[in-house]
Design a protein around this ligand. Structure first.
Ligand SMILES: [Zn+2]
Length: 261
C-alpha cells in the first residue's frame, strides 16, 4: 500500500545513519509507533532544518513503500519545545517519557490518547522545566499503564476483593493486596496508595507530590506492573544523582545518549 501519509508525530528518537541521513522513531496518533528515514537531513542546507530532532512535535509527510521504513518527504514544526531543550533535567525527563512511550506502545496500533498524553507531557516540561520531578514522571507512567489497559487495581484487594486492610502491592496479582493475601507482595503504605489513585484521577499538570520514600514504593509498583503485564523494564523514572566526586557515575543508557545527540 504505497502512498503518502500525512500525520502529526512526535520524534521519539533520532539516530544518525550513513553519511547524512537519520532514522527517526516517531509516535503518531493513528499509526502508533513508526520508523522513517530522513535523507540528507544532516547536510547544512537540508530543507528539514533542525526540526527532525527528538521531542519535536511535527506535522509530517511520509512516503510509504512496501518496507517497514517510511521516507520523510516534508515536515512542519507544530512545537519545537525550545525551553525544554535549554534545561538538562527537562531534557532528561523528556527522553525518559519518549522512551517509555516507544517501549510500551511499540506497534502500529492506534492510541491517540497516548499521543495526546505525550504532547501534554512535553508541553508541561517546556512551560516549566521545574516539572521534571520524579513524582510527575511516575504520574505519567501510571497514565501510560492505564492507556495500555494494565493500570493497577487500587480499590480492593487484587486477589480476593477485600476492600479493607490493604497493606501490600503485588505486580503478579495486578494491584494492592490485603493482609490475608500479602504473600509475594511488598509493603505499600497509605501515602503511596493515595498517590497512585490521585495520579490516575487528576490531569497531568495537577499530579500529586510525595516524599522520596513514598515515590520509591510507587516506582516499585509501576515497575512490577510493567514487568508482569507488559514484559518490559524501563530505565528509572528519573536520573540517579551523580556522586559529586565522580560525575562519570551518572548513568546514561546508550539509547538516551543517542537520542539526545
Ligand atoms: Zn485479599
Amino acid at each position: 500500500m504505497a502512498g503518502l501519509l500525512k500525520t502529526e508525530a512526535v520524534v521519539l528518537r533520532s539516530m544518525r545513519y550513513g553519511e547524512a541521513d537519520r532514522i527517526l522513531q516517531l509516535y503518531t496518533p493513528n499509526r502508533g509507533r513508526l520508523s522513517a528515514i530522513a535523507k540528507g537531513v544532516r547536510r547544512a542546507r537540508s530543507r528539514f532544518g533542525g526540526r527532525l530532532e527528538p521531542f519535536f512535535r511535527l506535522r509530517i509527510e511520509l512516503h510509504e513503500g512496501r518496507g517497514e521504513l517510511l521516507t520523510v518527504t516534508g515536515a512542519q514544526t507544530v512545537d519545537g519545545h525550545r525551553a525544554l531543550r535549554g534545561d538538562a533535567r527537562a531534557l532528561d525527563a523528556a527522553a525518559r517519557a519518549c522512551d517509555a512511550v516507544g517501549r510500551l506502545f511499540e506497534t502500529s496500533e492506534p492510541h491517540p490518547g497516548v499521543f495526546n498524553l505525550l504532547c501534554r507531557k512535553l508541553a508541561l516540561l517546556d512551560e516549566s522545566p521545574a516539572q521534571a520531578t520524579r513524582a510527575s514522571a511516575l504520574a505519567f507512567r501510571l497514565k501510560l499503564l492505564l492507556a495500555a489497559g494494565i493500570a493497577p487495581q487500587l480499590g480492593a484487594c487484587a486477589c480476593c476483593g477485600e476492600p479493607e486492610h490493604l497493606i501490600g502491592f503485588s505486580g503478579a496479582a495486578g494491584g494492592v493486596v490485603c493482609s490475608s493475601c500479602e504473600a509475594g507482595a511488598f509493603p505499600l503504605h497509605e501515602p503511596a496508595h493515595t498517590f497512585m489513585t490521585e495520579a490516575l484521577r487528576r490531569p497531568l499538570n495537577e499530579a500529586p507530590t510525595g516524599e522520596e520514600r513514598v515515590l520509591g514504593q510507587v516506582e516499585r509498583a509501576v515497575s512490577e506492573m510493567l514487568e508482569h503485564h507488559a514484559h518490559i523494564r524501563l530505565m528509572p523514572a528519573t536520573a540517579r544523582r551523580a556522586k559529586r566526586s565522580d560525575p562519570a557515575t551518572q548513568e546514561r543508557p546508550q539509547a538516551l545518549r543517542e537520542s539526545i545527540a
